[in-house]
Each structure stands twice: as structure tokens, then as C-alpha cells.
Design a protein. Structure first.
Length: 641
């Protein structure tokens, strides 16, 4: 993605099912579980570089001894610093206790039975340690001690905050993770108190704690906590008596996967991370059911339980297009299919002159779609060659030379652009900084014939168009091609996301900018006023209809008209090169064909899976008209990605 947008957060749980001594004997290390957490987080490094955190829970510790450890780091190299600090604590413990698992567990705060990790990409609300996961709600009662980490955005965090106040709490801070944690924590307290009332008259001390651990129903706790949530989430938690959970939203918007055998239960945001970490087949890794929770009790036994009613599955398509690592076999095939779907439009744009067209990609994340595009062009050429040979044969003109000229035609593949090292913007002047940004990409010179050959480059998505305008097209134009065709493997991004991705302001979308300009240029400005009026009316209604009024901004124009206006917007006006720039986007139909299992496409279609989504898009339009920045949904500050 040449336009940088924030990614999705990543979560990981490792729950051991055997005594720690087993792993020492079987794998030669009592730290086997901690190492697996490290691998799961490293394999999901792509999901968060603003912050990283981990917790470890040691069961059976003596009274007076801590049983929870937490470490968090923020900023550049946060994951490296996190594990450096943890390793230092482990090394100190090994120096004191040696490798004996019993002694080492007592000495090492990071040798436990339950581990949870988090990688954070922030959306709003800064990047301080205070908003870094996991969050902890401490208690002297192990069955009330709670640590929470998640990949989520909720559209109604403000309403949840107010509900906590109505329950009699005095929440401190209003980051959405803290608010969600307090909601779970409240019902965890309620469940504990009910069990104390039921058993406290005849049990006390350790016996009472054990009975609470046996009877505590986490599915009921999560049901009461989550029933009012509106948004996308995979929420993970660890409870102090040794239980853990992973809960997914009813629409399956945010991803979640788990793996279990007789040694371990593990959870991650991406299937490929679990496959690699535990060296198992993809079929062994299960997708967490939407609306369900994977519950792991204090003994390590597990089950998946439906916590909130499952709704229509609308898994985020951006996970497949861009966010998730491409070494998942299904994702790799889907990204290639997205490229193949662009073949007909590409051929039309270059007048079928494949022998005079260089095919390339930018940035590196578009490489898989590029392979699919090239394979699709190869398939087209195979059919074309067959037709040409038969035509010449029927005409009696199939000479060896003519045959050679047909067979030699193939997609002309070159590396046209590459991302250069990040340039330091220490120059104070705005014009000077813009000039530096223009050099963020560099070109491979001499790969085409100036003025004769066309250049096609494929990107995985175009969000704001800023990098195209400021850098990519400026650099590519120096090759002096006949024309430049920019392909986007995903459709036009027209509407905000409110379930995790940092795409919340309408005015920053190049497609929206193009549509608004077209309205002005065609004398249809009244549509903007009408949409604003209806958005304000619905925003003031306590229960507005699930209507996306912003769709009317795009309604007068075809996708091709919007794409053509985008091409004009992203083409710098001061270029000495005067070739043609064409921008082609994937169609929604093509997207659905390539990625049939993930239908979460609201940022393309405007069809949101929850009521909160429709509130957000209409509020985003109000903010645009009223020239207000920031995200358009209820959150006093955000701590998630």
C-alpha cells in the first residue's frame, strides 16, 4: 500500500496443558511456552509497531509471592526492547535457580502456565505506555485478577463508559480498552460475589478459591459484558486463577484463530503464525467462530462456546488484501486472483499492446497481485497465440518467421520502482519537505523505450492518493513512457472504517474528493446540502434508520467517471512529461470473486454490518461539511488498532 494507513493489532495466547517439567524433559527447556509466545508475536510483527506487551501467569505460587508479570514497550523497536527486557529477567533467574523447573518457576516471573501478548497499531489517542496492551485490573482475589488485550474498535465506547457510571463505578481514564476491561471486570466481580454467597458459609480460604475456580462461568461473564458492544473485535484475556479466553465479534469482522493439542492451546490473529510456530498443517488451525469465545479453564481444558448470537459473517477484506502476512496459502491465492481480475481492464487501457507495455508493481506488498496479473496476461496471450496461429494457418501464411513473432510475445515484466530508505524530514520548510517526499521511491532507468512503451504498475490499494501524487508518478514519469496505467487491486475506498482500520475521515479519501469535485463541476452541489441535512437529522435521532446517506454523493457517477477524476487529481500539474495517466480500480464484483469468504467490504460499498457503522459514516460527513477533523464515533480516546 503506497498510502500508509494504520494496520490491525495482533494478539496471541499460549496456554500450557502439561506441567512445566514436561517441557523441560521433552523439549529441553522449561521456557518452551514463553518461546512460543515470542514466535507468535514475531510472526505477527506486521500487525503492530507502535507498542508491544506481554503477560505471564504462574499458577500455584505461595501466598505473598507475585503470580502475574507484565511488560510493555512503546515506540520504535518496541518488540525488540520488550523481549530484551524479558530475557534479562529470565537470565537473572537462571543464574540464581539453574534449569530445575521447580526452582526456576519460583525465581522467574516469566515462567508460567499462561502467556498473552499484544502488538499495537494505534489509531487515535497517542502512543504512551498508558494505552499499550495488555491492560491489567488487579485484585487480591485471583479469580478477579484480569488482564485484557485486543484487536478492536467499538463505535459506542462512550455509551459503555456511561453504563459503567450507571452501575455505580467511577471509571478512571476513558481509553476504550480500559472501558471494555472494566465492563468485563464488573461482571467478573458479580460472578465471584455470587459464588462467595453460595459457598462462603461452608468454605473458606484455599477451599473457597478452588470452588470458585471450578464454578466460575466465563461464558456468562462475557455474554453480559459483550451484549452491548457495537464494533469489530477479537478480545483476549487471562484471569488470575489460570483461565483464559478469546472472544470474537458476532460478524467475524476482526480475525481470530486457535490451535490445540495435548500440550498447548494457542490463539493468534493470523492462521499462518500458528501454522509456523507449531509446525502444523493449516487444516489443524481453527477459525474462531463469530460471536463465540474459546474458553480455557484453570486446568487447561478448553471449549468453544457461543457467547453472543452469531450475525451475518462480514470478515474484513482488508485483512486479505493487505494487512495479514501473505505466506498464508489462501491469502496468497486470493491476492493473485485480485491481480488476475484486472486483466481485461488493463488490456483495454493499453490498447492490447502487450509487446509495448512494461508491467511492474509498487510497493512490495502488491507483489502477489502482480504475479496474478502476469499469470492472467499469460493466459490471455496463450489464447491469442492459438487464434493467430490458426488464422495464419487457414490463410496459408504460417511461416517460421511469423510463428516466431507470435511465440515471442509475452508480458514485459520489469522492476520499475522501488521504495527508497526513509528520508529524514529535518528540513524545516514545507516546500523542501515536499521535495524530499518526492524521492521516497526511485526508478530503474532504461527499462522501456521513451515515448513508445506504456508502463503499468499495480498497487494493492489507493486510499488518499498522496504518495502517488507526491512521489510515485513524479518518479515514474522520468522514464518518459507513452502512458502510465496505475492499477489498484482493491476497489475505490469511499467510506470510513470504524472497526479497526485508521480510515475514519471522509475528506482524506481520494475517491470522496473526486466525487465532491464532480458534483461541483456538474452543477449538483445541492446533493451535498441534502445529504448534510439528512445526516444531521438522523444523528439527532435516538434510533436512526440504518441508512448510509453518503452513498448519494457517488450515485450520479459511474465508477469509471470517479476513477478518471482521481487520475486527474493524482497527476502532478507541473510535470515536464505530458503522457497520459489512467487509474483503474478493482470492481466490487471482482473483489467478491477473488475473496469469496470475506465479505466485509463496507469501506467500498457503504454497507455496514452494525448500526454503529451507519452512525459513523453519517457523522463523518457532518464533520466534513463542518470542517472538523478526527474520527466520527464515540470514543474519548483510543488505544487500539
Amino acid at each position: 500500500m503506497s498510502d500508509p494507513i494504520k494496520h490491525e493489532c495482533g494478539v496471541a495466547i499460549v496456554r500450557l496443558r502439561k506441567p512445566i517439567a514436561y517441557y523441560q524433559q521433552t523439549y529441553g527447556s522449561a521456557l518452551w511456552g514463553l518461546k512460543k509466545l515470542y514466535l507468535l508475536m514475531e510472526k505477527q510483527r506486521n500487525r503492530g509497531q507502535d507498542g508491544a506487551g506481554a503477560v505471564a501467569l504462574r499458577q500455584g505460587m505461595s501466598y505473598g509471592k507475585p503470580y502475574f508479570a507484565r511488560q510493555r514497550e512503546v515506540g520504535a523497536t518496541c518488540l525488540d526492547r520488550l523481549w530484551k527486557n524479558i530475557n534479562e529477567e529470565v537470565s537473572q533467574a537462571v543464574a540464581v535457580a539453574g534449569t530445575d523447573p521447580v526452582a526456576l518457576k519460583i525465581a522467574c516471573p516469566w515462567l508460567g502456565e499462561v502467556y498473552m501478548g499484544h502488538l499495537r497499531y494505534g489509531t487515535h489517542g497517542g502512543n504512551s505506555i498508558d494505552v499499550c496492551h495488555p491492560f491489567v485490573r488487579a485484585s487480591n482475589w485471583p479469580s478477579r485478577y484480569l488482564a485484557v488485550a485486543g484487536n478492536f474498535n467499538l463505535t459506542n465506547t462512550g455509551a459503555i463508559f456511561d453504563l459503567l457510571v450507571e452501575l455505580g463505578q467511577h471509571p478512571v481514564g476513558s481509553a476504550d480498552t480500559a472501558t471494555v476491561m472494566e465492563k468485563i471486570g464488573h461482571f467478573l466481580d458479580v460472578a465471584n460475589e455470587a459464588l462467595v454467597r453460595a459457598h462462603g458459609s461452608r468454605l473458606q480460604g484455599q477451599a473457597l478459591s478452588q470452588r470458585i475456580a471450578e464454578d466460575l462461568d466465563l461464558s456468562r461473564v462475557l455474554n453480559k459484558a459483550a451484549r452491548s458492544w457495537d464494533g469489530g473485535y477479537t478480545m483476549c484475556g487471562v484471569v488470575g486463577h489460570g483461565a483464559a479466553f478469546a472472544l470474537r465479534d458476532p460478524n467475524g469482522i476482526r480475525p481470530g484463530y486457535w490451535y490445540a493439542d495435548d500440550e498447548v492451546v494457542a490463539v493468534a490473529s493470523e492462521r499462518a503464525a500458528l501454522v509456523t510456530c507449531f509446525n502444523v498443517t493449516p487444516e489443524s488451525v481453527r477459525e474462531l467462530t463469530p460471536g463465540a469465545a474459546l474458553l480455557i479453564d484453570h486446568r487447561g481444558d478448553f471449549k468453544e462456546v457461543q457467547v453472543v448470537p452469531q450475525a451475518e459473517k462480514r470478515s474484513c477484506t482488508f485483512e486479505r488484501i493487505y494487512f495479514s502476512r501473505g505466506n498464508d496459502a489462501e491469502i496468497y491465492r486470493e491476492r493473485k486472483a485480485l491481480g488476475r481480475e484486472l486483466v481485461p481492464a488493463t488490456l483495454k487501457a493499453i490498447d492490447n499492446e502487450l509487446d509495448r507495455t512494461v508491467i511492474s508493481y509498487v510497493p512490495n506488498t502488491a507483489e502477489s497481485a502482480y504475479y496474478g496479473l502476469c499469470e492472467g496476461l499469460e493466459a490471455y496471450l496463450a489464447e491469442w497465440k492459438e487464434r493467430e496461429i490458426l488464422r495464419l494457418q487457414e490463410a496459408g501464411a504460417l511461416t517460421p518467421e511469423a510463428l516466431r513473432q507470435i511465440l515471442v510475445v509475452r508480458p514485459w515484466q520489469e522492476k520499475a520502482a522501488l521504495k527508497d530508505a526513509k528520508l529524514r524530514t529535518f528540513i524545516s520548510g514545507e516546500d523542501d519537505r515536499s521535495e524530499l517526499v518526492a524521492h521516497a521511491y526511485d526508478i530503474t532507468r532504461g527499462i522501456l523505450r521513451p515515448g513508445l512503451d506504456s508502463l503499468v504498475v499495480i498497487d494493492d490499494s489507493i486510499v488518499r492518493g498522496t504518495t502517488l501524487r507526491q512521489s510515485i508518478l513524479r518518479m515514474l514519469s522520468r522514464l518518459e513512457p507513452k502512458r502510465i496505467v496505475v492499477l489498484s487491486s482493491c476497489p475505490q475506498i469511499r467510506y470510513p472504517d470504524c472497526y479497526g482500520i485508521d480510515m475514519s475521515e471522509l475528506g482524506k479519501f481520494i475517491a470522496f474528493e473526486a466525487a465532491v469535485l464532480l458534483l461541483h463541476e456538474t452543477g449538483q452541489e445541492h446533493i451535498l446540502n441534502e445529504v448534510y441535512r439528512d445526516c444531521v437529522r438522523d444523528d439527532q435521532s435516538p434510533e436512526p434508520a440504518a441508512i448510509n446517506h453518503v452513498k448519494r454523493v457517488y450515485a450520479p457517477f459511474t465508477d469509471e467517471e470517479v476513477s478518471a477524476r482521481i487520475a486527474r487529481l493524482v497527476t502532478p500539474t507541473d510535470l515536464p512529461w505530458h503522457g497520459e495517466v489512467t487509474v483503474i480500480f478493482q470492481t466490487v464484483q471482482g473483489l467478491r470473486w477473488a475473496i469469496p469468504g470475506h465479505t466485509g467490504d463496507w469501506y467500498f460499498t457503504g454497507d455496514y454490518p452494525t448500526p454503529g457503522g451507519f452512525r459513523v459514516v453519517n457523522r463523518a460527513f457532518i464533520n466534513f461539511i463542518e470542517k472538523r477533523s478526527g474520527r466520527a464515533y464515540e470514543a474519548r480516546s483510543c488505544s487500539t488498532g
